[in-house]
Design a protein around this ligand. Sequence first.
Ligand SMILES: *Cc1c(COP(=O)(O)O)cnc(C)c1O
Length: 392
Amino acid sequence: MDIEALRRDTPGTANRIHLNNAGAALLSRRTLDAMTGHLELEAAIGGYEAAGQERDRVDATYANIARLVGGRPDEVALFDNSTRAWNAAFYSMTFKPGDRILTGRAEYGSNVLAYLQVARRTGAEVVVVPNDASGQLDTAALANLIDDRTKLVGVSHVPTSGGLVNPAAEIGRITRAAGVPFLLDATQSVGQFPVDVAEIGCDMLTATGRKFLRGPRGTGFLWVRPEALDHLEPYVNEIAASTWDGDRGFTWHDGARRFETWEVSYASVLGLSAAVEQALEIGMDPIGQRAIELGTALRDRLDAVPGVTTYDLGREKCAIVTAKVDAMPAEDVAAALAARGINVTTTDPTQTQFDAEDRGVHPLVRLSPHYYNTEAEIDRAVEAFAELAGAR
Ligand SMILES: *Cc1c(COP(=O)(O)O)cnc(C)c1O
């Protein structure tokens, strides 16, 4: 990996030490050009005409995403974020009183809110699987909890609030053996390290463009295993989802496209496609290796600073690092880092309430390097923490 060349292709690296790739990564010049090029084309010849001219490149987006996650192009649907992609899968399932939805203690806030709404509406029950001693989802407990009532297992692969990597493939083995649908929220893992739907054995997977994939804001996708389509009735119908057969009714489109809406931002779609293509070219193996290496180095070095503690759970950890200066509120640390040109964010206890209950440590400072960050940038972040810890 030619880090210097990749950084020259990433305008933002000249301005900031960007350790907020779990929030939104920096766009590459290539992704930016794909988007601005399409906007220029729309302005020059018309929006419909531009989409027509770029039809092949738009279609290639599905093939690129399919290659990225190990599926087929017709198993992919595009959305404007990961939440809507997830909603398209989740709200297309049917639940009745007594049905159970199993999730984990690291589940994303919006997913939990959706479970709670559907539980309130249908009489289904939300059951939260405990963590094991390492802080990852306890797969033995999951296997014990699964029974006839279990209609869905929904898990976040990597949470928004820390470096935990949940044992997705082990969960997949359990759900497949039990014949229970497995909805994997892979928003923080896709683009960060290799994620393969066959290896994991999930039935539905959702991801966003802007985070570790380095795509534009306002993009996301859903992957659905073809067999799972039999159990999903898309929760909205519209002209992009089905064919209107006159008075005879309608027929859903083949594959995952039945979940899509007709109107999309083609500039954003082409930006997402360019970002995915670039990730594939660089290779998800080296990307994951370097991102996790930088995250691990950052975590280990922060831990070695007196007055600084890190809080990441799990047996397997990723590039997301959560930390605290012991005597300083996380928001103040984040602001002090911003003043030094270092982009980070803080975790929100209201959005990760299971984990907030378990540990009471949020808000934490969240630092999330990616492969295009440098060791020197990691040094700067550690030095800044050391200064802040010493200054108190
Ligand atoms: C960010 C995030 C989401 C939501 O993604 P959007 O693209 O903002 O809708 C879902 N799950 C996890 C784990 C996330 O970190």
